[in-house]
Design a protein around this ligand. Structure first.
Ligand code: ATP
Ligand code: MG
Length: 140
């Protein structure tokens, strides 16, 4: 197996409640190598660009308002099978349906304010990493 990269966001709800450290710990404990990390606040327009694939969904306006409501932590992660393994560690989108031991089970408040984002495929990981990181910012 070769190393794979994925992209993650610790969402505003999790940053606000002080869960950043615990989520970073859970990621590292699961074997993810953090190769890029920064805290920033994005505009509604930047959130719309990031979530463009969801533009026609009924929750798009609410989601992009939420994602621009406070600081987030963006992460570039590396690991074997990183994309699928991160999705598994995150748990279901709706925390009520998330398995125990997952990040969302522990930290998500609702289906929208669900603590963490993770890329869902190789192409989206590439787009999302490039959206937030320049090549020189990644530790490789
Ligand atoms: P993410 O893309 O953030 O990793 P996901 O892949 O589990 O999450 P998506 O279906 O891609 O879920 O939805 C993107 C995000 O939109 C969700 O994480 C959540 O914040 C929000 N969302 C999804 N479904 C709903 C909904 N029914 N109502 C409100 N917000 C929703
Ligand atoms: Mg998704």
């Amino acid at each position: 197996m070769t190393l794979q990269r994925t992209f993650s966001i610790i969402k505003p709800d999790a940053v606000k409640k002080g869960a950043t450290g615990d989520i970073l710990h859970m990621l590292q404990h699961a074997g993810f190598n953090i190769i890029g990390m920064k805290m920033l606040e994005i505009t509604k327009q930047q959130a719309e660009g990031f979530y463009a694939v969801h533009a026609s969904r009924p929750f798009f306006n609410s989601l992009t308002t939420f994602m621009s409501s406070g600081p987030i932590v963006v992460l570039a992660l590396e690991k074997e099978n990183a994309i699928a393994d991160l999705r598994k560690l995150m748990g279901a989108t709706d925390p009520a349906k998330a398995d125990s031991g997952t990040i969302r089970k522990k930290h998500a408040a609702s289906i929208e304010a669900n603590a963490i984002h993770g890329s869902d495929a190789e192409e989206t990981a590439k787009f999302e990493l490039n959206y937030f990181f320049a090549g020189y910012e990644l530790a490789g």
